[in-house]
Design a protein around this ligand. Structure first.
Ligand code: CTP
Length: 435
């Protein structure tokens, strides 16, 4: 059959032992229950591209709920959505596998009945975003490793193109415009001509404006956490995506410059920066709304329903740039202590944003110094060392350690012996005993 191919060799070569073993087990169980099971979507795409992907999406033809629940007796945790007939199996070691029932509800497109797999698989795959994401591999024992590619996904992987399955794809789900831009950059693909035309008309037609703030937030977050954010943002600007998402927004050259600097810092300083994995997207969000009017900034943040702490990070970034420049800018010397004392009250991501947004190179350099070095400075002595030296347990210990940290930033202490001497000099025990 023209749309099938044996990829079991490729699977044997490329998949990790855990993935192979898990797929085998899932397939065997499906066979026992007289169900057909497939691994689908991004996992298949990445396997064919030779990229690692640990996210298993399984589609079952038949009753996925019974299938999922059957794993409970195997030491797995399971969670199901009765209504959507989907769920998750969590294998020991916290490895999650998503399982769904092949669906044909919602949209009934006139798809010719297939011959190999049951027709619900074909319908399920037809509901997906791009051809390269709409392939499946059978994992049942008897048909292990059969790639099922109804829509030319293989061909499009070869010619490195993102192509929608039908002309209503973006109408059906406008987040696919954002997914497409992200995937295009990540994979280094191009949009097929008709798909690109459909994207432009989806944007012109205002479809992106119809999305809920939460869905927009989720997609933006994924974009802003990609490895190469800058080119995606550039393309979004070129296509007027931000204007379509947030009315009144103005993404100008300043915004783009900040995005570029952020990307640069994150790439060059990745191993020196504090852990900001989870929040780093907020700096990009701040960059994108940097040049917009106050009311647009607020409306945008309202729409996205940020958590309180996330919102504070972004608002502080935008509102206090000038304050930061005054506090640690200027031609005069700024001591490490001064830099530290100002920046320690700001979230790391906020400080990172200031470093990218400021026009003053001294401010930028000082913030980067803080983020790569100063924030990590700590005394050698610990609380229990001070107790051993005779200091009473309690708030005093915290105060001494804090002062010791600042003394270290001033360069007054270096070794452990220096610190002990410093503590004894500045907090003489006989004074304490008297007091
Ligand atoms: N999908 C879709 N339309 C969406 C979201 C998802 O058609 N708006 C489909 C795609 O076929 C995708 C699959 O659902 O492959 C699983 O979604 P997800 O796990 O988000 O995507 P992956 O491609 O697996 O992963 P990623 O985009 O993170 O690489």
């Amino acid at each position: 059959l023209p749309w099938t191919e044996d990829v079991s060799q490729l699977m044997a070569q490329r998949l990790s032992p855990w993935i192979t073993q898990t797929l085998r087990r899932l397939g065997r169980r499906a066979e026992e229950m007289s169900l057909k099971a497939y691994v689908v979507g991004g996992f298949v795409r990445d396997l064919l591209l030779g990229k690692e992907n640990q996210d298993l999406d399984i589609v079952i033809e038949g009753d996925a709920l019974a299938f999922i629940k059957s794993w409970e007796t195997d030491g797995c945790k399971v969670a199901v959505h009765e209504r959507y007939k989907t769920g998750t199996i969590v294998f020991p070691g916290d490895k999650k596998v998503d399982v769904a029932t092949a669906r044909r509800e919602f949209y009934e497109y006139p798809v010719a009945l297939p011959k190999v797999a049951g027709d619900s698989l074909k319908h399920d795959l037809y509901r997906r975003d791009f051809t390269v994401n709409s392939m499946a591999i059978s994992i049942n024992r008897t048909s292990w490793g059969t790639l099922i590619d109804y829509f030319g996904g293989r061909r499009d992987l070869q010619s490195r193109q993102l192509r929608v399955l039908h002309n209503l794809s973006f109408v059906e789900d406008p987040t696919r415009v954002l997914r497409g831009l992200r995937l295009k950059q990540r994979l280094g693909f191009e949009f097929e001509d008709n798909t690109f035309r459909l994207i432009k008309s989806a944007v012109k037609g205002g479809l992106l404006g119809l999305l809920s703030g939460t869905r927009v937030k989720n997609e933006l977050k994924l974009i802003f956490m990609e490895e190469k954010v800058y080119p995606i943002v550039l393309e979004m600007v070129r296509l007027n995506i931000f204007e379509a998402l947030f009315s009144g927004i103005k993404v100008d050259r300043n915004c783009i410059r900040i995005v570029r600097r952020l990307s640069f810092f994150l790439r060059r300083l990745r191993y020196d920066l504090p852990d900001i994995e989870e929040d780093v997207w907020l700096a990009f969000l701040a960059a994108v709304i940097f040049s917009s009017a106050d009311w647009v900034q607020h409306a945008t943040l309202d729409k996205l329903h940020l958590s309180k702490s996330n919102r504070e990070i972004v608002e502080k970034a935008l509102d206090d740039l000038g304050t930061a420049e005054n506090a640690i800018g200027g031609k005069g010397m700024r001591s490490y202590e001064e830099i530290y004392l100002f920046l320690r009250d700001a979230p790391y991501v906020t400080a990172l944003f200031w470093a990218a947004a400021t026009q003053q190179w001294r401010v930028r350099r000082r913030i980067l110094l803080y983020l790569t070095r100063l924030h990590r400075v700590n005394p050698i002595l610990m609380g229990r060392d001070l107790v051993e030296l005779g200091y009473p347990k309690g708030p005093l210990i915290g105060k001494i350690l804090e002062e010791l940290l600042l003394a270290r930033l001033r360069g007054e202490v270096e070794t452990r012996e220096d610190e002990i001497k410093w503590v004894k000099n500045n907090y003489p025990l006989y004074v304490l005993k008297k007091g």
